[in-house]
Ligand binder design. Structure first.
Ligand code: PEP
Length: 247
C-alpha cells in the first residue's frame, strides 16, 4: 500500500473543501485507487468539518501536530490527541521540522507519539537532517538519533508511518539524488528493523515532491509513499503526482 499525504500547513478556510472534493472525485474513479491511500492534514480549524464530510469517502483526515498530553489540561491553546480524535481525525503528524525548530524535544515527541497511539490516532512521524548535518555527512547519525530517542518496541509500530523529510529539501525545490535517497531509505528501514523485527513502519519521502520529480522517486520501490506540502494545496498538482506515479 502506498500513501499520498497532503500537509496543508497554515493554509485553508472552510471553502477550501472544494480542493478535497476534487481530489476525492479523482480518487473514487481512479483505476489504481486500491493501491494507495490519500490523507490530508488541514489546520486544526478544519478537522471536524472535513472529517464529517469525508467520513464515508475515500480520503482520511489527519492533524498536523498534537499536544504531548493525553486528554484535558491547563495548557492554553494546546490540543490533545484525545480532542483531535474526538472530531474525527484518524492520523496525526508528529515531529514535523517546523515544530522541531519551534521547540519540540525528543521527550515531547515521545509523549506525543505515545498519547496519539493511545487515542487511536495513526502517527506520521517526521524526521530529517538539516543542510549543515548533510554537509558534515552526519545524515545517518542524525536520523538514527531522531528515531531511536522517540520510537521504541513497546509502541505499536504498525500504527506508525515514518516520513523522511530532509529539512534542506522542504519547500526549496532541492531534492536528494536517487542514489542518496535509496541509501537513506534503506538505512531508515534498517534502524526501524532493529527496534522491532516484526512490526515495521512504512517509510515515506517528503520534500518538494511534484508531478515531475515523482517519476524519479517511483524508481525507488523502498519508498512507501509521500508527504506533500506545497503541491497538496492545489488539487491539480496533487492529482498530477498520483497520476505520474502510476503512469
Ligand atoms: C512539508 O512541509 O511537509 C513538505 C514536504 O513541504 P513541500 O512539499 O512543500 O516541500
Amino acid at each position: 500500500m502506498r500513501y499520498f499525504i497532503g500537509n496543508w500547513k497554515m493554509f485553508g478556510v472552510p471553502k477550501s473543501i472544494n480542493i478535497l472534493n476534487k481530489i476525492n472525485s479523482f480518487y473514487s474513479k481512479d483505476k489504481n485507487r486500491k493501491k494507495y491511500r490519500v490523507i490530508i492534514t488541514p489546520p486544526y480549524t478544519l478537522i471536524e468539518t472535513f472529517s464529517k464530510h469525508f467520513k464515508s469517502k475515500k480520503i482520511s483526515i489527519g492533524s498536523q501536530n498534537c499536544y504531548q498530553k493525553d486528554q484535558f489540561s491547563s495548557n492554553t491553546a494546546a490540543i490533545s490527541p484525545f480532542m483531535i480524535r474526538s472530531v474525527g481525525a484518524k492520523y496525526t503528524l508528529v515531529g514535523h521540522s517546523d515544530n522541531r525548530v519551534e521547540g519540540d524535544t525528543n521527550i515531547m515527541l515521545k509523549n506525543k507519539v505515545h498519547f496519539a497511539l493511545k487515542n487511536n490516532l495513526k502517527v506520521v512521524f517526521c524526521i530529517g537532517e538539516n543542510r549543515a548535518d548533510k554537509k558534515k555527512k552526519k545524515t545517518f547519525s542524525v536520523l538514527k538519533k531522531q528515531i531511536t530517542k522517540v520510537l521504541d518496541k513497546k509502541m505499536n509500530l504498525n500504527n506508525i508511518i515514518v516520513a523522511y523529510e530532509p529539512i534542506w529539501s522542504i519547500g526549496t525545490g532541492n531534492i536528494p539524488t536517487e542514489n542518496e535517497l535509496f541509501k537513506t531509505t534503506l538505512y531508515i528501514k534498517k534502524i526501524l528493523k532493529s527496534i522491532n523485527k516484526k512490526k515495521r513502519p512504512l517509510v515515506l519521502y517528503g520534500g518538494s515532491v511534484d508531478g515531475k520529480n515523482v517519476k524519479m522517486f517511483k524508481e525507488i520501490r523502498e519508498i512507501d509513499g509521500f508527504l506533500i506540502g506545497g503541491a497538496s494545496k492545489s488539487h491539480k498538482k496533487f492529482i498530477d503526482i498520483i497520476k505520474n506515479y502510476y503512469r
